[in-house]
Design a protein around this ligand. Structure first.
Ligand code: NDP
Length: 313
């Protein structure tokens, strides 16, 4: 197997990974960054980012990540396509296998692998994968022009996706399990005042139906209550927006996580339980999950990696 030794390895290419790369590059750590399965991270699947400071008119998520990548490259980051398939952190330098075909030994590692969309766990989600089920409205919304779609979830993502889909689809159902939305007030107002969006509060999805793709969903209203009611809706597309799970699996044999899989870091630091291995962004953020916070923690991780390397010499 091919082998290589690097000073600083960054895994992941969202705001955390690229910011870490910018700082590590400027600190002369000659960072190598593996982009992972979704180059640019979750923001490449969003529409306009309106809350990242410095963009008074908002910025396209894909464009923002492309700009961060260019900035990381400008300071010498070696950006590569590939995913970490195995880790061995039992000794220094740490060994990370890439795509099962190459081992990179790193003196310090910054884990910025982010999080991935959650699914409800219904067998129909797999049955209709690519045939009407999606976890990314921005990626797949185009296919539902003039059609009827449903979005599951009551958070900011669900509201954002429902609003976006309402610009394409004829009608959007928002399936919310509680009697209220969890989203921020501004997003709630956008959804509730949108005539193309119908919010189905206190509804849960039981399954999907359709001959050659999704044609509808079986829902239950007020599940477990005396007035529980089964409801079928006719839809062409079913979009999940119920949160994300951290991409930490491959590091778990060595790196401590909480029960949900979020990497545990040491207080305000990005240090993990293994010296010289730092975590930044959504993979360790149980609370905020914002691009600006991820970028900030990427900065911290790179500065801590630099300090760690100095302490070795
Ligand atoms: P959240 O965790 O905030 O919301 C998840 C939603 O999905 C909740 O309404 C939850 O319901 C629902 N849900 C979870 N599991 C199920 C299930 N099994 N069945 C039905 N419904 C389910 O995730 P988001 O992705 O929306 O947001 C994550 C973070 O990112 C938040 O901090 C959010 O503010 C932020 N964000 C900000 C944006 C912006 O500012 N532009 C855009 C997008 C996200 P329940 O409420 O009942 O738990």
């Amino acid at each position: 197997m091919e082998k290589e030794t690097v000073k600083c390895l960054i895994v992941g290419s969202g705001p955390a990974g690229y910011t870490a790369a910018i700082y590590a590059g400027r600190a002369n750590l000659h960072p190598v960054l593996y982009e992972g399965t979704l180059p640019g991270g979750q923001l490449t699947t969003t529409t306009v980012v309106e809350n990242f400071p410095g963009y008074p008119n908002g910025v396209d998520g894909f464009q923002m990540m492309s700009d961060m990548r260019t900035q990381a490259e400008r300071f010498g980051t070696d950006i590569r396509f590939g995913i970490v398939t195995k880790t061995d952190f039992s000794q220094i330098p740490y060994a990370l296998t890439i795509d099962d075909e190459k081992v990179v030994y790193a003196e310090t590692v910054i884990i910025a692998t982010g999080a991935s969309a959650k699914y409800l766990g219904l067998s129909d989600e797999q049955k209709y994968a690519g045939m009407g089920v999606s976890a990314c409205a921005t990626c797949d919304g185009f296919f539902y022009r003039g059609k009827i779609v449903a979005v599951v979830g009551g958070g900011d993502t669900a509201c954002e996706e429902a609003s976006y889909l309402s610009t394409l689809a004829q009608k959007v159902y928002l399936i919310v399990r509680k009697p209220y939305l969890r989203a921020s007030r501004i997003m709630q107002e956008r959804v509730l005042s949108n005539p193309k969006i119908e919010v189905l509060f206190e509804h849960n999805t039981l399954g999907l139906f359709g001959e050659n793709g999704v044609e509808g969903a079986h829902l239950v209203k007020r599940k477990g209550m005396p007035d529980e009611e089964l409801v079928d809706i006719k839809i062409d597309g079913f979009f999940l927006a119920i949160g994300h799970q951290p991409n930490s699996e491959v590091f778990k044999p060595w790196i401590r996580t909480d029960e949900a899989g979020y990497i545990l870091t040491d207080g305000v630091s990005t240090a993990t339980n293994v010296p010289g291995i730092f975590a930044a962004g959504d993979v360790m953020d149980t609370h905020f999950k914002q691009a600006i916070v991820a970028a900030g923690s990427g900065c911290k991780a790179a500065m801590e990696a630099e300090k760690y390397l100095q302490s070795l010499s």
